[in-house]
Design a protein around this ligand. Structure first.
Ligand SMILES: Nc1ncnc2c1ncn2[C@@H]1O[C@H](COP(=O)(O)OP(=O)(O)O)[C@@H](O)[C@H]1O
Ligand SMILES: [Mg+2]
Length: 195
């Protein structure tokens, strides 16, 4: 099994199951946490992320398929492509991303870390990855934060295409946008951080 990525919270391994490339997102032990708490946190977050991925797919967004769930690991479909932050997306790609975000939100899912580092552009279009900070929520604040994080990580032109699709689908886009403007006026905003 090959280690392909090490993030703040997890290690990504690549393997093949019946010849199909799979990724295993494994939440590793954090030595500074008390053992029992560490195990509970990792198990809870693994379950939640897997559940969010499964519901996101049901909502109609393109996300990696979940093949199996372990105590601290998610076996998922490896989707190819490059991160949005390292790509040149088309207007259509950006509109698809806006549509996926609207579908997630309409189905009570907010991503929590919706930046160009958590979207892959593949030959089958954009895929949303990394629901590690996601929440089951219908809150306008959480929805607005998803838009804000994306806006901050991409060009004006790309964001305009995201907005175009988002506003054409999200029934509550006016109240979400109002909240977004309030957050910007506040100047400071809190994004979710991990214990
Ligand atoms: N399903 C996937 N298919 C292909 N690459 C993936 C997939 N999931 C994650 N990756 C790659 O692994 C990296 C880390 O995954 P991610 O879920 O974002 O973990 P982290 O919590 O460490 O940010 C991503 O930036 C991406 O390059
Ligand atoms: Mg990530």
């Amino acid at each position: 099994m090959e280690r392909v990525n090490e993030g703040a919270e997890s290690i990504m391994y690549e393997t093949k199951i019946a010849g199909v490339p799979m990724l295993i997102k494994f939440r590793n032990k954090k030595l500074w946490r008390i053992d029992k708490i560490d195990e509970e946190l990792r198990e809870r977050r693994t379950r939640k992320e897997a559940k969010l991925l499964i519901y996101a797919k049901k909502a109609g967004a393109a996300v990696p398929g979940v093949a199996a769930i372990g105590k601290y690991s998610i076996f998922m479909q490896k989707v190819g492509g490059k991160l949005l932050k390292d790509s040149k997306p088309s207007a259509h790609d950006m509109q698809t991303i806006g549509r996926y975000l609207a579908l997630l939100h309409a189905n009570g899912i907010t991503h929590g870390d919706f930046t160009s580092a958590n979207i892959l552009l593949t030959k089958n279009g954009p895929f949303i990855i990394d629901f590690g900070l996601g929440v089951f929520s219908n809150s306008e604040e959480e929805k607005a934060l998803d838009l804000l994080l994306l806006e901050r990580s991409i060009s004006k032109k790309d964001y305009a295409n995201v907005r175009k699709a988002y506003t054409s689908i999200a029934k509550d886009h006016l109240t979400v946008t109002k909240r977004l403007n309030e957050i910007k006026k506040r100047g400071r905003y809190q994004t979710r951080t991990l214990a």
